[in-house]
Design a binder for this molecule. Sequence first.
Ligand code: BGC
Length: 449
Amino acid sequence: MTIVKFPDHFIWGAATAAFQVEGAYKEDGRGMSIWDTFSRTPGKVFEGDNGDVACDMYHLYPEDIKRMADMGIRSYRFSVAWPRIIPDGSGAVNEKGLAFYHNLVDELHKHGIEPMLTLYHWDLPQALQDRGGWLNRETIDHFVRYAETVFNSLRGKVRFWATFNEPWCISFLSHYIGAHAPGMTELQAGVDVAHHVLVAHGRTVQLFRKLGIEGQIGIAPNTEWQEPYSDKEEDIEAAYRRSGYLNEWFLRPVMTGKYPEKLVEWFRGKGAELKIEEGDMELIGSKIDFLGINYYTGGVGRYNPDSGDLFDYEEVPMGWDKTDIGWNIYPQGLYNVLTYIKREFGDIAIYITENGACYNDGPSADGKVHDTGRVEYLRKHVLQVHRAIESGVNVKGYYCWSLMDNFEWAYGYSMRFGLIYVDYETQERIPKDSYRWYRKLAQLNWLEV
Ligand code: BGC
């Protein structure tokens, strides 16, 4: 038996996002978001599920925060719903929306839990989508004004701020693959949105410095690791492109102010041109204080020009275990992502802002939820985080996705990622076995292997 100990002051936390947990979609002046529209569009979300009620955290947050305290987490990562703060995206500020987040943050502090606030986790006000959404550069101005409103209101109470959650999902998944709102399917749109989101990120970081907001600011991209199947150059290149359009496309500009040339060329070959205006790259490369890394899965693959894939990449089935959502379990991929960041971008502070697993276990006859798959998944991944720390990567904290089961986007309520089970009929919460496992880890700061 060996004890694997994490550094003192390592932060154990849990994460959620506004649209996935809050509900109360019409309350206190909240405006409509693109996810309200998308979930009401037939065929877009599993069984037409929507976020109208979700986990009703808008009302139940005091109880949920008590559970967080019981779980011993030191930090809670949540997002602010832009349509609660500026319901039409660009007009009047809704004080009641701000009041909700003040109450939430005050309650967290009462229990000694540090808030980490994400400004944007996908719920763009619908009124802005009606004017082109993220394809319209004006959305950048509206975002910065929204960010300024939140900064000025919550400054002094929040110390950790993230601009965007997963810019790849906002851009490529939502505008090229079309699986998320607003559901477009053009590569050029994906490239344009990615760029606008990165400019909005950079301008927000600049604003944060100008306003002298206390604390730290970063961004939370989603990463994957695709390992080349062989040492052949063409396999290495194909795997680079496939993970690169998640990792490199966002991390490199943010960390260095430059896009990865190989991918720019690749997109050009596919007819999508990067449109950069003067000053954009300096903004995008504005110095941040930390990188948030979201990691779930990865794979192994090789070059295949007939695969039909945008990157001529073909995943090779490795027979690995998968979670209930069908994603490969690849813990070493997390280590690879973390060491790649150190190699390429140096010692920037890193928080794992999301890592977790979908297992749909419900209560057994004893009334408990025995989610052994999730415990195993988490255990394997936190061990890789520890391994990365031992290799000199500056990881300062880990947030499990998710605190509780919630609205899983296009999968609706059919996929469960929580440490806490939610009965959507009654809003009863049942802490799962993984909750108790995570509580022990958070309390001890070490685990046995
Ligand atoms: C997102 C979450 C989502 C999770 C599981 C991440 O991509 O940030 O909102 O629920 O993955 O799919």
